[in-house]
Design a protein. Structure first.
Lengths: 105, 174
C-alpha cells in the first residue's frame, strides 16, 4: 500500500483512460467518440513509459519502442476513422451515432 | 519533481475532461491538442525525449490537423459547429461505467506490489533507440511502414467521393 512515483503515474494514466472512456461512451458525435478512443490509447502509452522508467530494466528500452509503434498505429487508426466519418457524412449528411446505425449506403 | 508531475497531470486531465464536455467541436479539438501537449510534457518529465517529440509531431502536428479537417468537412453550415446536447440516457450510464472502471483500476494499482528498481533517470538516448530500431526491431519497423501506407491508401479510398456522385450535380439523398 505504498504510493510511489510509479503508482502516481499509473493513477494519472487510469484517470486519463476513464476520461476518454466516459467521452467515448457519452457523446453522440462520431468525431468526439474517436477522440475519446485516442485519449484511451494515449493513456495506455503513458503506462508503457511509466513502467519503462521505473521498471527493473530501463536500459533495454522496450517501453520506448513499444510506445513509438503504438503512436504510429494510432495515427493510422485516426486517419482511417476520420475517413470513415467523412464517408458516413457524405451518405447520410449527419454524423450522429444514432442516425449512423446503417452500414449499407 | 513531484510538483512538475502534478502540474502536468492536472493540466492534461483538466483539458481532456473539459474537451469531453464542451458542445463546440472546435473548442473540444483545441483542448484535446492541449491535452496531447501535456502528455508530451509527461514523456519529457519521464526522460523519454524522443517519444515526446514524436508525440508532438504526430499528435499535435498531424492528427490534430486531420481532426480539424474532419470537423470542418462534416458541418452543415458556417455557424453549425456546436453539437446537440447528449441525452441523459447516454450520459449517466457512461459516467457510471467510467467511474466503475476508475475504481477498479485504482484498487488494482493500490493492491499490487510493484517493484520499483531505478529511482534515477535511465540513460537511454537517441543512439540506443536507433540501434534498437535498426537491429532487433527492423522487421517490425518495415511492417509498420507497410501498415501506414496501406492505412493511408485505404483512408483515401474511403473518403474519396464515389464515381456515381461525380457525374451529377445533385447526388441522390439515399
Amino acid at each position: 500500500m505504498t504510493v510511489g512515483p510509479l503508482q502516481l503515474c499509473l493513477f494519472f494514466s487510469s484517470a486519463l483512460f476513464c476520461v476518454g472512456l466516459m467521452g467515448a461512451l457519452s457523446r453522440s458525435n462520431t468525431i468526439l467518440v474517436l477522440l475519446g478512443v485516442e485519449l484511451m490509447l494515449n493513456a495506455a502509452n503513458l503506462n508503457f513509459i511509466a513502467f519503462w522508467r521505473y521498471g527493473p530494466a530501463p536500459a533495454a528500452g522496450t517501453g520506448v519502442i513499444f510506445v513509438l509503434f503504438s503512436i504510429a498505429v494510432a495515427a493510422a487508426e485516426a486517419a482511417v476513422g476520420l475517413a470513415l466519418v467523412i464517408a458516413i457524412y457524405r451518405h447520410q449528411k449527419n454524423i450522429r451515432l444514432q442516425e449512423a446505425a446503417r452500414l449499407k449506403g | 519533481m513531484i510538483v512538475a508531475f502534478a502540474t502536468i497531470a492536472l493540466f492534461t486531465l483538466a483539458a481532456a475532461a473539459v474537451a469531453m464536455t464542451l458542445r463546440n467541436l472546435i473548442h473540444s479539438a483545441l483542448l484535446l491538442i492541449g491535452s496531447w501537449l501535456g502528455i508530451a510534457a509527461f514523456y519529457l518529465w519521464a526522460g523519454a525525449e524522443f517519444v515526446a517529440f514524436a508525440q508532438v509531431l504526430i499528435y499535435v502536428g498531424a492528427v490534430s490537423m486531420v481532426v480539424l479537417f474532419a470537423v470542418l468537412l462534416t458541418r452543415h453550415s458556417r455557424a453549425d459547429l456546436s453539437v446537440a446536447p447528449d441525452a441523459a440516457r447516454r450520459v449517466i450510464p457512461a459516467l457510471l461505467a467510467g467511474g466503475a472502471v476508475l475504481g477498479v483500476l485504482f484498487g488494482g494499482v493500490l493492491s499490487t506490489p510493484l517493484r520499483v528498481a531505478t529511482p534515477g533517470a535511465p540513460a537511454f538516448g537517441v543512439r540506443e533507440l536507433g540501434r534498437l530500431l535498426m537491429g532487433p526491431h527492423a522487421a517490425a519497423l518495415l511492417i509498420l511502414g507497410a501498415l501506414l501506407t496501406v492505412a493511408l491508401l485505404g483512408a483515401m479510398v474511403i473518403a474519396a467521393p464515389s464515381r456515381r456522385e461525380d457525374g451529377s450535380n445533385s447526388p441522390d439523398p439515399s
